[in-house]
Write a protein that binds this ligand. Structure first.
Ligand SMILES: Nc1nc2c(ncn2[C@@H]2O[C@H](COP(=O)(O)OP(=O)(O)OP(=O)(O)O)[C@@H](O)[C@H]2O)c(=O)[nH]1
Ligand SMILES: [Zn+2]
Length: 347
């Protein structure tokens, strides 16, 4: 959506109390609105990139609390010079292409949008030190499937452990993977990662210590400066923030780092959201009884019938098992006890 498409008629008008006639109080015309891209959120202030300038903005009240998130394409009015002390106003949020959400299990399952419009979720996992947590990886993949995002596994520290067992575990899911390792103080495989991120908006998630910062700093040469800089308006260092921040990649595209996100509450995810990412199996389960959970041994589940075919292939069995594993990972807690990944062989 371009800014030129906005005008007064786009502004949501609250219906007047006690009558059907909408309030026609003087509203600003937004013909002057310009396009922006939200790169950060900090205590009610938004960092918006407008024509290459970093602009600080507030959000119009009608957009609601949490109505603007990192990754949003917005229309902005007011002072968009980006000069010291300048403040612009976000008046409109464009329709979102994807929506990465989490539900908080503690606050009655309220769901919160984390990032808008991202193309892919990059799950960063160390092959050792710390040990990979496959359940956490599974839950990230489920969140990405629900969000409508592509997925990428980024396996770090292959200098410490062989990636083969991990890769074999995930191959039935057809999730692309890239492996990095350190040699002589240099991280190898970074160019491959950069190529997979080019011209796309990628959200990076990963547990503490997996090497995510190392990767981000290598991909975005001035990342530490961007993250550490002190906000001109609030006077606070942005590194104190735990919310997502979008960093421009030198060759095009964005990396969205999520320092506060270690897990996903998946209470908002439905069985169908997961199955939709398995076109072949989605076809099979159309024969299931209504409300089928598709878990092994569920009465009447068409997956079991399909798996019992004499001509069933090993690959089909592996895919069905992987799907069922993801469906189970959707249940349960967001923060399980850390478990060592069995079957992993360290060098
Ligand atoms: N052996 C090995 N160590 C690595 C590799 N990449 C990063 N490390 C080390 O792993 C440790 C953690 O790396 P960070 O980049 O700080 O990890 P992080 O995921 O950002 O962790 P937090 O900062 O806690 O969120 C550091 O000591 C890195 O030097 C790698 O490929 N191989
Ligand atoms: Zn079923």
């Amino acid at each position: 959506m371009r800014a030129a498409d906005y005008d007064e008629s786009d502004v949501r008008v609250r219906p007047a109390r006690g009558g059907s006639r909408p309030r026609t109080k003087q509203r600003p015309a937004y013909k002057q609105a310009v396009d922006g891209f939200v790169t950060g959120v900090n205590r009610g202030r938004y960092d918006v990139l407008v024509a290459g300038r970093a602009v600080t903005a507030v959000a119009a009240r009608e957009l609601g609390r949490g109505g603007v998130v990192v990754g949003d394409d917005v229309a902005v009015v007011g002072d968009t010079t980006g000069g010291p002390g300048s403040l612009a106003r976000i008046v409109r949020v464009a329709e979102r292409r994807t929506l990465l959400r989490r539900s908080s299990e503690d606050v009655g399952g309220i769901e919160r949008v984390l990032v808008a419009n991202a193309d892919q979720l990059v799950v960063v996992t160390a092959l050792a030190d710390p040990e990979p947590r496959t359940r956490m990886v599974d839950r990230c993949l489920v969140a990405a499937f629900e969000a409508g995002m592509d997925t990428l596994l980024c396996l770090t520290k292959s200098d410490l452990a062989d990636p083969d067992v991990f890769l074999a575990h995930y191959s039935p899911l057809d999730v692309p993977a890239v492996v990095t390792r350190r040699r002589d103080g240099e991280i190898l495989g970074q160019d491959e990662v950069a190529a997979l991120l080019r011209d796309r908006v990628s959200v990076l998630v990963g547990h503490s210590g997996v090497g995510k910062s190392t990767l981000v700093n290598a991909l975005v040469p001035d990342a530490s400066r961007a993250v550490g800089h002190v906000n001109a308006v609030t006077g606070r260092g942005r590194h104190t923030s735990t919310s997502a921040v979008a960093l421009a990649l030198p060759d095009g595209g964005w990396v969205i780092d999520t320092p506060g996100v270690r897990s996903f509450g998946l209470g908002h995810v439905h069985v169908d959201d997961v199955i939709a990412s398995f076109a072949d199996l989605a076809e099979v389960v159309t024969a299931c009884p209504p409300g089928c959970t598709h878990l092994a041994g569920t009465a009447g589940c068409a997956l079991d019938t399909w798996l019992a075919r004499p001509e069933v292939t090993e690959r089909e069995i592996a895919r069905a098992e992987s799907l069922r594993r993801l469906l189970v990972s959707r249940l349960g807690d967001a923060e399980p006890e850390p478990t060592a990944y069995d079957g992993m062989h360290q060098r």
